[in-house]
Design a binder for this molecule. Structure first.
Ligand code: HEC
Ligand code: HEC
Length: 155
């Protein structure tokens, strides 16, 4: 009986917390895909799939040879499971569902809103260079932690 009410409480909490986390565009799937961090995390953070809608991931994955000014192409055997996994875990929450300009997380409205206190010149600091450099400020980004407690803006 005791165990039951505890697990019921846990289930309730999960149900309440999940939509809140998605409101921030944060979610990193519990089961990460082996190979995703390796293939997509060498030049920048392996971005959480829930931060872009499926249509954006589709374009990113079919255009890796012209990837935001660089060539990030990889063999088909590596591309296929990553594409499928990104689709399966793409953002569906209403703020993430709309396709951002250039399929960039950093140009999405929710992203701009969350970073409205960060001046454009701060993003351009030599220690940061670009808004896409999440890990420069979010020390917990690789663990999916973007909370304000884990933010430190480098000088
Ligand atoms: C060879 C290096 C490299 C690899 C490998 C790479 N990327 Fe990128 N990616 C870049 C660069 C450079 C940018 C542009 C960063 C900027 O404009 O600040 C970028 C930007 C992005 C953006 C947009 C970020 C934004 O501004 O919101 C997404 C999404 C993205 N990459 C996804 C991926 C995925 C998915 C993979 C794996 C299939 C991948 N990248 C692999 C170099 C790479
Ligand atoms: C220049 C430093 C900087 C960079 C680079 C940066 N952020 Fe942030 N981010 C912040 C700050 C500051 C906040 C606001 C923290 C607060 O007070 O809630 C924030 C907030 C967030 C939040 C909201 C967290 C919450 O609990 O509401 C998310 C999600 C987030 N950032 C994701 C990203 C992602 C993804 C990237 C890279 C594509 C990124 N950030 C790049 C500084 C940065």
């Amino acid at each position: 009986m005791k165990t039951n009410s505890v697990s019921l409480l846990a289930a309730l909490c999960a149900a309440l917390i999940t939509p809140l986390a998605q409101a921030d565009g944060v979610p990193m799937p519990r089961a990460a895909l082996p190979g995703y961090a390796q293939e997509c995390g060498s030049c920048h953070l392996a971005f959480p799939p829930g931060m872009l809608p499926g249509a954006s991931w589709q374009r990113v994955m079919t255009g890796l040879d012209r990837h935001y000014g660089t060539d990030a192409s990889m063999d088909v055997a590596s591309t296929r499971p990553i594409s499928a996994w990104l689709q399966a875990n793409a953002g569906t929450y209403k703020r993430v569902r709309e396709v951002p300009p250039q399929d960039r997380i950093t140009l999405a409205n929710w992203f701009k809103r969350k970073h409205d206190e960060v001046a454009p010149e701060v993003f351009r600091r030599a220690s940061i260079k670009t808004p896409a450099n999440c890990t420069a400020c979010h020390g917990g980004a690789e663990q999916g932690d973007f909370s304000e407690h884990a933010v430190r803006i480098p000088k």
